[in-house]
Write a protein that binds this ligand. Structure first.
Ligand code: MRU
Length: 350
């Protein structure tokens, strides 16, 4: 990978500021947990696994900075930071999963001294980071059989290295298939309103020299009608027990179009994206973002003043529209309820 989405830099967390891509490659150094939380909220870093990693690093960073050696004061401060991280974005379950993992470490090492606990928290954050890259590579290996020479592969939003600790989920599958020598073409949806497809996925693919054509979100149906799309591959922010999947707004429309045209629709996600506590997608909280993201293009308003705009950042694709879920443990197929229950994430907190 020619860039790092997020990394430790001395006593800071450095992240690639995704709001500025592709025009500028700028890094943002976060010196405390509040700036990490702000970076997640403002989408300087985004993508389900990446915000989970960022939250864990933010907690470890906060721990490092606590001066007090009194366990009571230390725990209270960390609990506050965990809560701050949980409140950044509501939909991607990876964020909650990783905060829970950090909390679990804290609970297990309560009897140790504060300095040792700080060390353990940092180790756990590093583990979450490294595991994510390994898991993505496995997803890539498991999913690459779904892509064939000559295929047109459509993806939505950014489920690449930028959305993870590295390598990517849906884009990881594309990377693995390409790396194996398969030759195909990627179509990427623009992904209004934040343009993750146009700005981020296209940027990653251009760097990898994987042929990519950008289309606006409303062009997908016509591409399918013309026979240019062999399969659709997307990431996920939260997958309920029955396979219903929350992902970037517009994913559901793509899945409906895929069904109509008989095109297989696949979700690629680590098991840390599973929320087995939720019976169906109905329970997934959908983030509503500022209407200005829709009414404006950059700083320029494109609507008449006073027009209301709705801005749900995610939608939920019903399991019936999904052909399979590509995870680090293999491709999960229907019946999802039965088959997903076997795939608990390696370290979900209780
Ligand atoms: O709002 P974003 O950019 O954080 O939304 C990201 C997505 O919807 C991705 O598709 C999803 O997180 C999967 S990333 C591997």
């Amino acid at each position: 990978m020619k860039f790092k989405t997020i990394e430790w830099k001395g006593d800071r967390v450095r992240l690639l500021d995704q709001r500025k891509l592709p025009q500028q490659v700028r890094y943002l150094d976060c010196g405390d947990a509040s700036s990490v939380a702000k970076a997640i909220r403002s989408m300087a870093i985004r993508g389900a696994p990446a915000i989970g990693v960022a939250a864990a690093m933010g907690i470890a960073l906060a721990a490092r900075k606590i001066q007090s050696h009194q366990p009571g004061v230390f725990y209270k401060s960390i609990e506050k930071v965990c809560q701050q991280m949980r409140q950044t974005r509501p939909t991607a379950v990876n964020l909650f999963w990783s905060v829970d993992r950090m909390k679990k470490v804290l609970d297990h090492v309560r009897s140790l001294g504060v300095e040792e606990i700080k060390k353990r928290l940092e180790e756990e954050a590093r583990k979450i980071y490294e595991e994510d890259i390994n898991v993505n590579r496995k997803i890539g290996e498991n999913g690459k059989i779904l892509i064939h020479n000559g295929d047109g592969v459509l993806t939505h939003c950014n489920a690449g290295a930028l959305a993870t600790a590295g390598y990517g989920t849906a884009l990881g599958v594309i990377r693995a298939a390409w790396g194996e020598g398969k030759r195909f073409h990627v179509f990427v949806d623009e992904t209004r309103p934040m343009l993750q497809g146009a700005r981020l996925t296209a940027w990653e693919l251009v760097q990898e020299k994987i042929p990519v054509t950008m289309v606006t979100d409303n062009m997908a149906g016509w591409l399918m009608r013309k026979g240019e799309i062999a399969c659709v591959l997307v990431g996920a922010d939260r997958i309920a027990r029955n396979g219903d999947t929350a992902n970037k707004i517009g994913t559901y429309s793509l899945a409906v179009l895929s069904k109509w045209h008989g095109i297989p629709f696949y979700v690629a996600a680590p098991t840390s994206t599973l929320d087995l506590n939720l019976r169906s997608g109905l329970g997934i909280p959908i983030e509503e973002r500022a209407p200005e993201e829709v009414t404006h293009l950059g700083i320029k308003q494109i609507t008449p003043k006073g027009v209301h705009a709705s801005n749900p950042a995610f939608d939920v694709t019903p399991n019936t529209l999904i052909e399979g879920i590509i995870t680090e443990n293999g491709i999960i197929r229907k019946p999802f309820k039965k088959n997903l229950s076997r795939f608990q994430p390696s370290k979900r907190a209780g």
